[in-house]
Design a protein around this ligand. Structure first.
Ligand SMILES: Nc1ncnc2c1ncn2[C@@H]1O[C@H](COP(=O)(O)OP(=O)(O)OP(=O)(O)O)[C@@H](O)[C@H]1O
Ligand SMILES: [Mg+2]
Length: 232
């Protein structure tokens, strides 16, 4: 699928049970994201950005309404179908990295390719290439515990991009990066977006990221309060 709508969000509501009641984290969201967009979800802490990315990434389900990603409904999606979708088409950069602690940097980045049953020489080329993007070729044998916050974040970015997925969901991908690394990574993402039409959806507070966005969707208290195309 190279053109057309990649994400349709249709009257989405997300509630979390808390105590005896519930908390509404997303309220009646309607959005469409087209293939090849480079879009930021912005808004204060607690406004629902991560919740929305988790549902789009099939890591969580809608309470009401639906989210359709590449023609697949997230409403009642089976665990198997969700895992196939993630494995084949999605790269997810987690706010908290989610690296596998017992594996090296190299093995963490290689993992998505093992799931795709790629050949060993193909894997090696792709992993080294991804680690070069993020400037970590000197750390391939390190374990996550031996890395700084920014280095861990860059491993998470390499892992999400290594298979060149159709869509990357990036949750605060630069929270721990210095300005130089942030710009380098955003430029690399922009290049992938232009060359392969990869769709990028970011959740971010970071002005350094926001200035690269071509569309900015603003969430407040679980609602979309602004949605603007920007020229840059
Ligand atoms: N599993 C959960 N159970 C209960 N409440 C939750 C759960 N997950 C998120 N929330 C609540 O939903 C709201 C939105 O959370 P979310 O993580 O989506 O915010 P965010 O916009 O990503 O914030 P931040 O910028 O701090 O990362 C918050 O008030 C949070 O406390
Ligand atoms: Mg968040």
């Amino acid at each position: 699928m190279k053109n057309g709508t990649i994400i349709t969000i249709d009257n989405l509501v997300k509630r979390f049970p808390i105590g005896g009641g519930h908390f509404t984290a997303l309220e009646d969201i309607n959005l469409k994201i087209e293939t090849g967009e480079f879009t930021g979800l912005v808004g204060p802490s607690g406004s629902g950005k991560t919740t929305m990315l988790n549902i789009i990434g099939s890591l969580d389900n809608p309470s009401e309404g639906d989210v359709i990603v590449m023609d697949t409904s997230m409403r009642g999606i089976s665990a198997k179908r969700a895992s196939t979708l993630r494995k084949q088409h999605l790269g997810f950069i987690f706010q908290t990295y989610n690296l596998m602690q017992v594996y090296t940097v190299y093995e963490n980045v290689e993992f998505p390719l093992l799931l795709l049953k790629m050949t060993s020489s193909g894997r090696k080329k792709a992993v080294l290439n991804a680690l070069e993007w993020v400037g970590l070729t000197d750390k391939i044998k390190s374990k996550p515990k031996q890395l700084s916050g920014g280095e861990s974040q860059r491993v998470a970015i390499a892992r999400a991009m290594v298979k060149r997925p159709q869509m990357v969901l990036a949750d605060e991908p630069t929270a721990n990066l210095d300005a130089e690394n942030s710009h380098h990574i955003l430029r690399t993402m922009e290049k992938l977006n232009k060359e392969l039409n990869t769709t990028f959806l970011f959740a971010t507070h970071d002005d350094k990221v926001i200035k690269y966005m071509r569309r900015i969707i603003r969430l407040e208290d679980g609602k979309v309060v602004a949605d603007n195309l920007v020229k840059n």
